[in-house]
Ligand binder design. Structure first.
Ligand SMILES: Nc1ncnc2c1ncn2[C@@H]1O[C@H](COP(=O)(O)OP(=O)(O)OP(=O)(O)O)[C@@H](O)[C@H]1O
Ligand SMILES: [Mg+2]
Length: 453
């Protein structure tokens, strides 16, 4: 077959483009199958007819007049969006017609592709905003107790000074993260990211890369093109360094340098990077005691402790229990689809006797458990019988109870407190209380002081 015949049959058959040729008078002399299909006509309704009668806005009219090509214009026929071109055809310097074409499939695919990519991009953007934004504000921090109020006032001050570093101390479940988020939310950084890094959960050798990022090839397994660290991601916003007491000495030094210079280098990089980030650190460890043991750097402690918040444990603000229960119950009903309206007077007394080593998180847990029990029994409120799993000291007045009983209660409280402070680290608790690990285990079991998740 001659090349021109090959070309002709390709143009006629192809589904990858649409095309047609008109003569110098604007009469269609050739149209390919795909264009006929798109026009929704028969071939003989097109060939031999004036193009203006078929597609009145045809650019061939201009091209025939000017003799100049028009490349890459938008062309829509029957809902098909194309980018088309029209080029004049000459023979012996004489215009004999024009050839119009559009690489249809590519444009359709590209449109779909761009649409899909945009949808995906929007999904990820929402996800990132969701992931890196603070969910809680001050309104969600329940507590009118005097100590709690003082902490909240201080936290409000911290929010008004968006660059000062904040150190939050409190036992497990007291609301350290809640406070960190609320400070970010109430500050002028609220539209920027809030990024949490759990210093205890990331292995030491990965923490530096996680915080400061790395350059390509800086270690085996490093991603191509390197990676930005959490400090860079948090630019303009807040970085929340949770469980700072678990940070290794070498990372403590690197963090100190950042806090002094406000700039850092990526792992394997040599270019200093400056970021504008507020640092909020939190711990349930006694950092001062750690300083005395030389496990926490003194200079870092003072850099972090510009403004410090000491959140009181729940047992020191029992007057907040009713408020907390009122706030938490509707959330539980919604989540567990229960219909428990409140708590009996006896049950309220019972929860006040408990030492709450797991603080508000434990309270939420206990309320969930007892609400489910009440719901199963079709009881509208939580009563003592739904709290029987809670290990509370017996209800007699102090004066009526034996010394032995009261000593036991006291022992239980002391152990519970130490466990809370060490995040249920039994070895550490045994060391602090100067007792055998095995007798600690026995007492933990006997007093039912299991960790609450
Ligand atoms: N004052 C409060 N008002 C309402 N909810 C609270 C309060 N304090 C804590 N919570 C709730 O208790 C749970 C634990 O709070 P959060 O995670 O902030 O504690 P944490 O001190 O960071 O605990 P951990 O030391 O275990 O990390 C969360 O569900 C939080 O919403
Ligand atoms: Mg926390």
């Amino acid at each position: 077959m001659k090349p021109e015949c090959l070309l002709y049959s390709f143009l006629y058959e192809t589904t990858a483009m649409v095309c047609h040729i008109v003569d110098a008078d604007g009469i269609v002399r050739f149209v390919n199958k795909k264009y006929v299909e798109i026009l929704g006509m028969e071939e003989d309704e097109v060939v031999g007819h004036a193009i203006v009668d078929i597609t009145p806005h045809t650019r061939t009219t201009q091209v025939r007049k000017s003799g100049k090509a028009i490349i890459g214009y938008n062309w829509t026929v029957n809902g098909y969006h194309m980018i088309a071109s029209c080029i004049p055809l000459f023979q012996d310097d004489q215009l004999i017609g024009c050839f119009s074409y559009s690489i249809v499939m590519d444009i359709w695919d590209a449109k779909d592709l761009v649409g899909n990519v945009m949808a995906e991009l929007n999904m990820y953007r929402d996800e990132v905003i969701n992931l890196y934004s603070a969910r809680y504000s001050f309104a969600e921090i329940i507590g009118e107790n005097q100590k709690m109020r003082a902490v909240k006032d201080l936290a409000h001050k911290a929010a008004q000074h968006p660059s000062i570093t904040v150190l939050i101390h409190g036992e497990s479940g007291t609301g350290k993260e809640l406070f960190a988020q609320a400070i970010h939310q109430a500050s002028n950084r609220s539209r920027m990211p809030f990024i949490r890094v759990n210093c205890a959960a990331i292995p030491e050798h990965l923490l530096e890369a996680e915080l400061f990022g790395y350059e390509e090839g800086s270690f085996t397994g490093a991603r191509k093109g390197g990676s930005r660290g959490k400090f860079e991601l948090a630019h303009g916003g807040t970085i929340f360094l949770d469980e700072i007491g678990e940070m290794s000495p070498s990372m403590q030094s690197k963090l100190l340098v950042f806090l002094q210079e406000r700039e850092f280098e990526r792992l394997g990089g040599h270019k200093p990077i400056r970021v504008n980030v507020r640092v909020i650190a939190a711990t349930n460890r006694d950092l001062k005691a750690m300083m005395d043991e030389n496990t926490f750097r003194e200079d870092l402690y003072y850099r972090l402790n510009v403004l410090s918040l000491d959140i009181p444990p729940l047992r020191e603000r029992m007057d907040d229990l009713p408020l907390l229960v009122d706030y938490i119950m509707p959330c539980i009903n919604k989540e567990l689809k229960t219909e428990v309206t409140g708590m009996s007077i006896e049950a309220s007394r019972t929860i006040k006797k408990y030492s709450w080593p797991g603080n508000v998180r434990e309270l939420i847990n206990v309320l969930q458990r007892s609400a489910l029990l009440a719901d199963l029994n079709n009881d509208p409120i939580i009563t003592d019988k739904h709290l029987s799993f809670l290990n509370v000291p017996s209800g007699h007045d102090t004066a009526q109870r034996s010394l032995r009983e009261q000593m036991k209660d006291f022992e239980k409280q002391v152990i519970a407190r130490a466990l809370a402070e060490t995040r249920f680290n039994k070895t550490q608790t045994a060391q602090i209380l100067d007792m055998d690990l095995s007798s600690l285990y026995k007492k933990v079991k006997a007093y039912g002081l299991m960790e609450v998740n």
